[in-house]
Design a protein around this ligand. Sequence first.
Ligand code: COS
Length: 386
Amino acid sequence: MVWRDSIAFDLSEEENFACETARAFAEKEVAPLAAKIDRDHYFPRELLPKMGALGLMGAIVPQEYGGAGLSTLAYALIIEELSAACASTGIIVSAHTSLCISPIIEFGTDEQKERFLPKLASGEALGCFALSEPGTGSDAAAIKTTVRREGDEFVISGTKNWITNGPEADVCILFATSDTSKGNKGICAFVHDLSLPGISRGKREDKLGIRGSPTSSITYDNVRLPKGSMLYDENRGFLVAMNTLNGGRIGVAAQAVGIARSALDDALKYSKERKAFGKNICEHQSIQNYIADMVCHIDSSRYLTLDAAKRKDGKRSFIRQAAMAKLFASETAMMCAVKGIQIHGGYGYVTDYPAERHLRDAKITEIYEGTSEIQRVLIATQLLKE
Ligand code: COS
């Protein structure tokens, strides 16, 4: 498919190879499972070691810790490819990588890296990120889960909500407050195994879309995290959360590009087969208008996403660019999914075609890892500072 190729980004040989590897894997192993994953809320655990062996679970993990040592740009391309085949699989890998692996790389001690990165990179362990709570989402500094020190240990109590990969994860990045009166200045970050006593997981959420991506709450009942679990400095956890989410938005943007691309691919195929008024519907200008809008928005979304990724790789500021990519790509995914259904007519509204799945999958990209409203606030406040 030629339309997805762009010359604006000069991919290295390694980045090209990563993209091709992910595309081949997604088409051969993921796409055939996508309908079942959605219909049965099926968590495709069998894909994890296979993706681990190909370097897709540890794309950004340095090679010394068993990863592929790839750039953020390569990682974004991988997530787009996986998500084009199956948005659930895309976010399973994206949450694992952006939200669990990335803060360990950025803020972890050597000991934490040695302990967690190899098993996360191989796909033997799955990662998650526990920031949101039943009463706290966008206002991240208002979390109520507490941490208190007892000797060398940290004792955690509280409930975390909407944890992507929560029911299946083995390793967690956790945020808790040492003093609620201090707001964001009291938040601490931790990395820990989820097998500790006192941890329980809530029911699997019955979601509108990305139904193979398992989500649950995680409750901590006086859980004792061992010495060496704290990530970065005491009471500096808000910085870990913000930095992690900045990078995570590149992953969600790439996921949204993948969903949008799939919606267009399916619509193109259908419009070349379906006839109305004596010709294929792709020959009607109304349909062509839809197709033109879709491809313009998809390419623009991809440029924003890869630009944010390239800036991150180049250690340049990327907060606004990542927020712009996430905002624009998620709204593009919604628009393309709606237009994709319209092009399919009645067939777009039933489960015989994947068009309706794209719409259900697209919606969450406007919500998680910062809603569209939060992205707009971030974009404006960042721009005002520039
Ligand atoms: N990147 C880096 N630092 C950031 C940041 C970002 N995106 N956003 C805020 N900060 C820093 C600020 O610079 C400030 O630092 P100093 O204390 O050193 O000045 C500090 O964090 C506090 O900033 P602010 O006062 O703006 O914090 P608020 O509590 O008002 O919250 C937002 C700011 C809304 C940006 C934050 O709560 C947020 O990102 N919310 C969305 C959370 C989210 O995405 N949840 C999804 C959960 S995961 S599925």
